[in-house]
Structure formats: C-alpha cells, structure tokens
Design a protein around this ligand. Structure first.
Ligand code: FAD
Length: 393
C-alpha cells in the first residue's frame, strides 16, 4: 500500500494534518482517531464565558473529513505499541500504521497544583478545554451577585495559548461592567510578563479602571494550592476566597503522548522541528500544543500550520525524499471588549531542536485609533471563520 497514517486527535492540529495528507496523495490511507463526534473550539470560548456568543458557534463535526476519504474512528486511543506500530482504541479496532501523528492537545498537571483535580474543576472550573467547563464558568458568573469577586489563576509557561487568560480577564470584566458593575476581577498570576502586555494594560486602564486587579509573580501572585471545599485559592502572598474561582492549572501534553513514550521530563514532547518526528519514539510525529515548540506559541493557528508542514514532511519521508525546512506562520487575536481587538503575527523556523521566531512578525500598535481596534475585532472573527472552515468545513 501507499502508506497507512493514523492521526490521534481531531483538533486544530490533527485535522489539518489529516486533510493535508489526503490532499497531497489521495492513495494514502488516513485514519483519524477522535472520541468526540463534535469538536468544541477554544478560540472565542472566552466570548461564550462573557455571554457574547453561544456555544453552538464553537461546535464542529467531522462529516467533511469523512467525505474527503478520511476514516474517522470515534474512539479514544488508549495504547500505542511503537514496535508493532499499533494503536489500540477504547472500544474499537486496533490500527496499524507506517507513520503515527499525535495531536492530543493538553492535559492538566494536577500534581503541580495541590488540591486541584477533576473533582475540584467542578467547583473551580478551568475552562481550558472548551465545552462543559466553559458553560460551568458562564453559569457561575451569571449566578454571582453584583459586588462579587471573580479570581482567575494563571499558571507559569509553557501553557496552551499564553495570551488567552488575559483576554478572558478582559471579557469577564466587560460582562461585569455591563451587568454587575460593583464586581471585581482579580488576576493571580505565576508570571511577571505576558504577550501583548502593554496593549492589555492600556485596555484595562481605559475600559476597566478600578475593576480589574492583577497580582504578578513578583508580588506573590503565584497560586501554590487550592481548597475546593471552601473555594479558597492560596498564593505566595495570601489566601483569597472569591465568589467565582477560575483556576487554570499547569499543563502538559495530552495523556496519550506519555503513554506512547513521547514525553520527556518537562511533560511535553521533544521533536525534530523539520519533520515533527519524536526524539524519543520512531515513526511518531507530534504536532500542536503537545510538542515542545520553543518560540512558537501553543495556539490553534500554530497547530494548524504545524499539521500542514508535518503532512508535507511525511509525504516526502514516505517517498524516500528528505523533508523540506518548514516555515511556519501564526497569528493570534485578542478581543478585550466588543469592537476592541488587537493581534500578534509571527513567522517561525526550526533551529536546533525547537522553533525560533524569524523576521516578518507584527504586533498591533499600543496607541491606535478606535477604528483600528474595531477593525481588528472584525478581523479576529474572520480569522476564526477561516481557520474553522479550513479545518472542518
Ligand atoms: P486540540 O485542538 O485541543 O485537539 C486535541 C484533540 O485530541 C481533542 O479533540 C481531543 O479530544 C483529542 N484527543 C486527546 N486525547 C486523545 C486520545 N487519547 N485519543 C484520541 N483523541 C484524543 N488559539 C488561537 O490560535 N487563537 C485563539 O484565539 C485562541 N484562543 C484560545 C482561548 C482559550 C480560552 C483557550 C483555552 C485556547 C485558545 N487557543 C487559541 C489555543 C488553541 O485552542 C489550542 O492551541 C489548539 O486547540 C491546539 O490544537 P491541538 O490540535 O494541539 O489540540
């Protein structure tokens, strides 16, 4: 046969990779393993939390991939045998592969945050995987009385989508300002600096002055443990008992990557950035949030561009050619209020074992007229429509 490729994870990375492989060579046998029949996208889920958008706008199915000739297995991958090159699924067939692509996204590193686990997330939602958690956080905000405090705990890097916690803080502040104006947002942060900080801080001052307070790492803002029985968040500085606690725990590669033997001590997957091949397990490629990407942020936009580059590398490797050096692009939009957005675009290339940013990137100016902010908010929405149509449509 021309080549059997199994892709684990039907999110932004895995789906882009599966489609690009099929488009490059229709004779390839592509199987996508994904337990959910409906994918729920994280980008724009902060708008759902803020009541600006319904969750339906975040939901995507796999019908078009099936129509492309990709076999969809709606099961979770449970075991990987790299010697036999076989994937076992929870309740379905086992699958053999010539090449395996892992794009399982993230799981949480509960050991790194005492007191927090799946049960705690039912009281102190992370909402860092979109779906029920997103709706739970929304429900808690709706139930909160005016004058309450919403705390957001932000972990240290590396994490999925580094600017998204600050976007979330902004949009929650927007909801409170319009519906419960005596309330407050408290950001407890394990970092001092963060992406697009000047733009966020300007927006907070202009839009949410007095409502939004951030305690940075150097001020004792790092959360060291939580107590879900009392809704308490413990930091290096003191204890907080907010009305709503959005606790975003430390993260690592999706569990199946560890089961495959593809994670190192960091909890993430080291790769050869030219081919996305695991440094630890042969014939396995890792893309998206799960890989150790270095300078490329963990984003949907990065996962998608990596998925396509990985597909191109696999096509070359299967044909006995060497892979071409990928040039990756990513863009990240942040919306801090309706009609108020800004962005960060970057280009990335392999260097050693990671990706580094190369010239050609751009960030929105810190001082821009409101027309530009409004235009970028519209462009953000267009970006979402484009990437989801490209991935699932
Ligand atoms: P995912 O898209 O999470 O896909 C992983 C898939 O793998 C899931 O469908 C999961 O079910 C599946 N899976 C896991 N384990 C298994 C298994 N064992 N077997 C089979 N399947 C499995 N990025 C942007 O570019 N722009 C944004 O504006 C943006 N906003 C964000 C806002 C928030 C609040 C958050 C949390 C994230 C945001 N992101 C954004 C980041 C983006 O969502 C992720 O970086 C992106 O989804 C990563 O793609 P991925 O393919 O690595 O993982």
């Amino acid at each position: 046969s021309a080549g059997r490729i199994v892709v684990i994870g039907g999110g932004f990375g895995g789906t882009a990779c599966a489609r690009a492989l099929k488009r490059a060579n229709a004779a390839l046998q592509i199987t996508l393993v994904e337990p959910n029949k409906v994918f729920i996208a994280c980008p724009f889920s902060n708008e759902v939390i803020a009541g600006l958008r319904g969750i339906e706008a975040q939901q995507f199915g796999y019908d078009k991939l099936a129509a492309d000739g990709i076999t969809i297995i709606d099961q979770a991958a449970t075991r990987i045998d790299p010697q036999q090159r076989r994937v076992t699924t929870s309740d379905g067939p086992s699958l053999t592969y010539d090449r395996l692509v892992l794009s399982p996204g993230i799981d949480f590193h509960f050991d790194a945050l005492p007191g927090y686990d799946d049960a705690a997330s039912e009281k102190m939602p992370h909402a860092w995987k979109a779906g029920a958690q997103t709706l739970l956080l929304r429900k808690q905000l709706e139930a909160m009385a005016d004058g309450g405090t919403v705390a957001i705990a932000i972990p240290a890097n590396p994490t999925r989508c580094p600017p998204a916690p600050y976007e979330r803080a902004s949009l929650i502040a927007h909801y409170l300002k319009t519906k419960k104006p005596r309330s407050k947002v408290l950001v407890l942060d394990a970092k001092d600096g963060f992406p697009q900080q000047r733009l966020f801080e300007k927006a907070w001052k202009d839009l949410y002055g007095g409502m939004l307070e951030r305690v940075a790492l150097s001020q004792g803002g790092r959360v060291t443990s939580v107590d879900p029985s009392t809704n308490t968040i413990i930091t290096e500085f003191g204890n907080y008992t907010p009305d709503v606690a959005n606790v975003i725990p430390p993260q690592r590669a999706g569990r199946i990557a560890g089961i495959a033997g593809a994670t190192d001590m960091t909890g993430w997957c080291p790769i050869d950035p030219v081919t996305f091949e695991s440094k630890l397990v042969p014939n396995i490629h890792v893309i998206g949030d799960a890989c150790l990407g270095g300078g490329i942020p963990k984003s949907a936009s990065a996962a998608s561009t990596q998925g396509k580059a990985c597909a191109a590398a696999i096509v070359n490797l299967l044909a006995g050619r060497s892979a071409e050096t990928p040039r990756l692009t990513g863009v990240c939009y942040n919306t801090v209020a309706p009609a108020y957005g800004f962005s960060l675009a970057g280009n990335y290339q392999p260097k050693g074992d990671i990706f580094v940013e190369v010239e050609g990137g751009a960030t929105s100016p810190a001082d821009a007229p409101s027309e530009l902010r409004a235009r970028e908010a519209v462009e953000a929405e267009r970006w979402f429509q484009t990437i989801t149509a490209d991935t699932f449509g």
